[in-house]
Write a protein that binds this ligand. Structure first.
Ligand SMILES: CC(C)(COP(=O)(O)OP(=O)(O)OC[C@H]1O[C@@H](n2cnc3c(N)ncnc32)[C@H](O)[C@@H]1OP(=O)(O)O)[C@@H](O)C(=O)NCCC(=O)NCCS
Length: 512
């Protein structure tokens, strides 16, 4: 019976002989050999010496490129240099190696000669009968604060410096200088567009603003059965994925995933305004291909001539919120994508996470705070009372920023440029909140976050509070999608562990 004897070394569990290939062969030749022998890896050799390994994970990475397997050499996708295991390495030690480096297969080499391959699965089979404590059980801090869970080239936040960036550019500078579509192109394609690319991008995405007709028919009932715009749009986005036949990200090419993602990003603003207008008893206004992102957004709100400065102000807010590190909604989207689910599923999950008041649900509450405070004289007593009661002041504090949020500073400047109605009062309240929190919550470094001046700007641009969180989502979808595309291109399912703290099992199950 397998496992009835004590298995001690790699030699006991390796498969031998190893399937081998050469770096000069094509992916098609080698992957066919892998499939025929039902193995998860091929060791790439030069004579007897292993020089690399091609695994199922490498093939997934290769498939994501959409290149032809019969024209691509193994050397381009194999993992190298390759570590090797000795046949007399104990199973315990081998397990540690695998866990520490994230290996799934290792060539086994004896005296410089390849003698087999050991897989994580083979080690795990042994682990099941010899109880092994998982060597990589690391307890993460609550809220995963500070834990690095992935590599990304989409962007990052440097909390202590009050700086964040999209790709290699300062995000605030992008918002200051460029139209949203350029930044969208940067996130999807990895570079800012040339003039020709800008034109081609607009020609590709602007027609995608139109809601597919099958979904458009459903919007009145979605609007009627939802309490908030976010709820209606969340359902509508899911319907777009279904109506357009989105397939699991695992089964489609990067190009198909990109098109799905583009469509969701382009249609989201239209759905937001359509659901909002229907909830107000008005008919949706069709998007206009001839307008830029922010201008089209305001056009769909009223259908009236819009003020260019206000259109630009909304668009600048939307640029600042496109992406922001591994925030809750971006992480959610990546987790869903990591299971191979379709792009719409991952975006809808992101919307769910964003809708919470601790994430994207705060700007309308921040504006409500100004209204509740009402007068300059009331600011200090009001704030002191609420903080003393243990309440959170909406629009303040941040998990990553321990200094001023650069988005808040930028939006204060935007509010100044458009001479927003509530700006002067907001500035007084901001300073009072910072002072009160410094007194009552010393050392926590709490400052205004993106949401505080976002409400002031959006209010002045004519957006009602029920559209604040949807407007945040309208551009954050671009960040989610850039992350989804990155996750899908080099995917491994995100599957952490939890520490069980309930009554010790197994308790006897009571008789019925
Ligand atoms: C953004 C936020 C969720 C970050 O949460 P976090 O990193 O988990 O920080 P915590 O909630 O643990 O806060 C740390 C301390 O600061 C206090 N604090 C944080 N934000 C606060 C706020 N807005 N008002 C009052 N106190 C606040 C907490 O009460 C806590 O105090 P304690 O040490 O006495 O327990 C949090 O600051 C918050 O809830 N802000 C208000 C909601 C908001 O504006 N969200 C939009 C974010 S862009």
């Amino acid at each position: 019976m397998p496992g009835s004897r004590t298995v001690r070394t790699v030699a006991d569990v390796m498969s031998s002989p190893a399937i081998t290939g050469r770096a000069s062969e094509t992916i098609a030749e080698v992957s066919q050999r892998m499939a025929e022998r039902k193995k998860g890896s091929v060791v790439i050799v030069d004579g007897d010496r292993p020089i690399g390994i091609l695994t199922e994970r490498d093939l997934v990475r290769f498939n994501a490129t959409g290149a032809a397997a019969s024209e691509t050499k193994v050397s381009e996708f194999m993992t190298q240099p390759v570590d090797c295991a000795a046949p007399d390495l104990s199973v315990q030690e081998a397990f540690h190696e695998f866990a520490e480096h994230g290996y799934r297969h290792l060539p086994v080499v004896d005296d410089g000669k390849l003698v087999g391959v050991v897989s994580l699965r083979a080690l795990m089979n042994v682990a099941q009968i010899q109880p092994v404590v998982h060597p990589s059980n690391i307890e993460a801090p609550p809220g995963l604060e500070g834990v690095i869970v992935a590599e990304t080239s989409v962007g990052d936040v440097r909390g202590l410096e009050g700086f964040y960036h999209y790709r290699q550019y300062n995000a605030v500078e992008l918002a200051d200088k460029l139209p949203l579509e350029d930044v969208w192109h940067l996130l999807f394609e990895g570079h800012l567009p040339s003039a020709a690319e800008r034109e081609a991008f607009a020609a590709e995405v602007n027609p995608m603003r139109t809601v597919p007709s099958t979904v458009a028919k459903l919007l009145p009932s979605l609007a009627a059965s939802s309490k908030t715009v976010m709820e209606g749009v969340r359902s509508a986005m899911s319907m777009v994925g279904a109506a357009e036949g989105f397939q699991p990200t695992l089964d489609i090419t990067r190009e198909e995933r990109r098109r799905n993602a583009l469509q969701l990003c382009a249609v989201m603003p239209t759905l937001i305004m359509a659901i909002h207008r229907l909830q107000q008893g008005q008919q949706p206004i069709a998007p206009r291909d001839d307008l830029g992102y922010g201008a089209n957004y305001l056009w769909m709100l009223t259908g009236a001539e819009y003020d260019k400065d206000l259109g630009r102000a909304v668009e600048q807010y939307q640029i600042t919120t496109i992406d922001h590190g591994f925030n809750a909604s971006t992480f959610t989207s990546r987790v869903i994508c990591s299971s191979g689910a379709d792009v719409a599923a991952a975006v809808v999950g992101g919307m769910g996470a964003l809708s919470g008041p601790l994430h994207g649900g705060a700007p309308s509450r921040a504006l409500a705070l100004l209204e509740d405070i009402g007068t300059v004289e009331n600011a200090r007593p009001y704030l002191t009372e609420h903080v003393a009661k243990g309440e959170k002041i909406m629009g303040f504090g941040h998990r990553v920023y321990k200094t001023t949020d650069p988005r808040s500073e930028f939006l204060r400047g935007v509010a100044e440029r458009i001479q927003a109605d509530k700006l002067e009062f907001a500035k007084v309240v901001e300073q009072t909140v910072v002072d009160v929190l410094a007194e009552l919550k010393p050392g926590r470094n709490l400052y205004a976050n993106v949401e505080f001046y976002a409400g002031v700007v959006m209010d002045h641009c004519g957006l009602p509070p029920e559209l604040f969180t949807p407007t945040f989502a309208s551009s954050r979808v671009i960040g989610w999608c850039a992350n989804i595309l990155e996750q899908a291109a080099d995917n491994r399912i995100i599957r952490p562990s939890a520490k069980y703290v309930g009554p010790p099992p197994p308790q006897p199950v009571p008789d019925p």
